[in-house]
Design a protein around this ligand. Structure first.
Ligand SMILES: [Zn+2]
Ligand SMILES: [Zn+2]
Length: 428
């Protein structure tokens, strides 16, 4: 992908921000597994590195370790059995190992990348990724969602300098993983709508150029939906590039707004609640995809309700705390004290802008039917059963997720207009 052209596209943006990103190289091509040492050297990546993988990613990149050694790299190797949760303990462990090297090469996707991203940022080491599956949009992200005491928080870090992928490996990745990547991209329909509404009601920063970059990525992904399950190298490359692009969008905007809206918070709620019971949840993009369908459905139904009049919200905090439970409540309340984010919004404005909010939903989010069609083509998960979220947890996520972040989304405003999203979803 031509990153220079992308940089140029954002020069002199009318939003007033100076847009830039750290990523220097995105190399996605057939046969790149055999060229990793060459690509790293071409970009002056340090020779003393820590290579981090899990058993799976190590297996599908057979020969990479030896290739680096014979190219003169001094490689310390760390292979995890499996890593479904990126926990602060692993980050701290890697930080100690990184003290002996100058760079970190993360081999894999998801959690492996996340712990490498944060630990190398904290230790100020150079960071590169060899991606093995197009499963989520975090590759080019400059933040890392890390779990600490079962509560998931996004930590600011730096983008990798280099992202490498081999289309042979990407195409062979399990459909479940590719479909998860697809789901993570579909979430951006909601993210952009929520972002525009946050700008409208709360004066949050918004950039139309970044939003249209994301819309372009969405369009491309939607057109490829049917190819997600196929072992198609071209499609796998396009999915990968789309995922990286949405990561770049976050850095261009210097916030996660372009890539994550209320659907990501619902997914975090499910995930954190399961973790408090010691249960590790499904792939990020898979959960986020299911949440996207739920939110799209609720948002579209809002327009069919009588136009509401807003007032300051009245939250039954005892009820909220009961649902979060003793373990998660303190972290949750930090986002809601001394006041909540919607206390900063004038109810009159919500009433006045309601029609405009409905218009934004219609402009940004395809109909639920259309989304379901795309998800079916991509073989992506669509039901709570497929992500092992039981009925109670599923419903609680819809109703209580909004308190888990200090962030204006359309969902977050609903208590001000006495609309219960769960009732809307269930047609009550
Ligand atoms: Zn801008
Ligand atoms: Zn995501």
């Amino acid at each position: 992908m031509d990153l220079e052209a992308l940089r140029k596209e954002f020069e002199g943006c009318e939003c007033g921000h100076k847009h830039d990103f750290d990523l220097e190289a995105l190399e996605v091509a057939h046969g790149n597994l055999d060229r990793v040492a060459e690509i790293l050297s071409a970009h002056n990546f340090p020779k003393k590195i820590l290579m981090v993988a899990d058993v799976n990613s190590f297996r599908v990149t057979k020969g990479l370790y030896e290739q680096l050694l014979s190219a003169g790299y001094i490689v310390e190797l760390r292979v995890y059995d499996s890593m479904k949760v990126a926990d602060m303990r692993e980050v701290e462990e890697l930080e100690r190992e990184l003290e002996r090297v100058d760079g970190c090469l993360s081999v894999g996707t998801g959690s492996v990348n996340d712990i490498c991203r944060l630990s190398s940022f904290r230790k100020d080491k150079q960071f590169a990724i060899f991606a093995t599956a197009p499963s989520m949009d975090g590759f080019a992200s400059d933040s890392a969602p890390i779990t600490h005491n079962n509560f998931k928080i996004s930590y600011p870090c730096r983008q990798p300098r280099i992202i490498i992928a081999d289309t042979r490996i990407l195409a062979e990745a399990p459909t479940e993983l590719k479909a998860a990547g697809f789901g993570d991209v579909m979430a951006k329909y909601i993210a952009i709508a929520d972002w525009r509404v946050a700008a409208l009601l709360h004066g949050d920063y918004y950039c139309e150029r970044v939003a249209s970059l994301v819309r372009r990525a969405l369009e491309r992904m939607a057109s490829l939906a049917a190819k997600v399950p196929a072992h198609d190298e071209e499609a796998a490359a396009a999915i990968m590039e789309t995922l990286v692009l949405t990561g770049i969008a976050m850095q261009l905007a210097k916030c996660t707004r372009p890539a994550s809206g209320t659907e990501h918070i619902i997914s975090h709620y499910w995930e954190c609640k399961k973790l408090t019971h010691g249960v590790i949840s499904d792939y990020h993009g898979k959960k986020v995809g299911v949440a996207t369908l739920v939110v799209a459905d609720i948002y579209h139904k809002l327009g069919k309700l009588p136009k509401p009049v807003a007032h300051p919200e009245h939250i039954d905090w005892e009820d909220v705390k009961r649902h979060y439970g003793p373990e998660l409540t303190p972290d949750m309340m930090k986002f809601n004290e001394p006041n909540t984010i919607v206390d900063e919004i004038d109810p009159k404005l919500v009433t006045e802008k309601w029609d405009e909010i409905m218009k934004i939903i219609d402009e940004e989010i395809p109909s639920t039917e259309r989304l379901r069609e795309l998800f079916a083509l991509a073989h992506a998960a669509t039901t709570p059963e497929q992500i092992a979220v039981d009925r109670d947890l599923f419903r609680d996520g819809i109703r209580y997720h909004i308190f888990m972040r200090r962030r204006v989304t359309i969902m977050r405003v609903l208590p001000m207009v006495d609309i219960d999203p769960l009732n809307v979803y269930e047609g009550k």
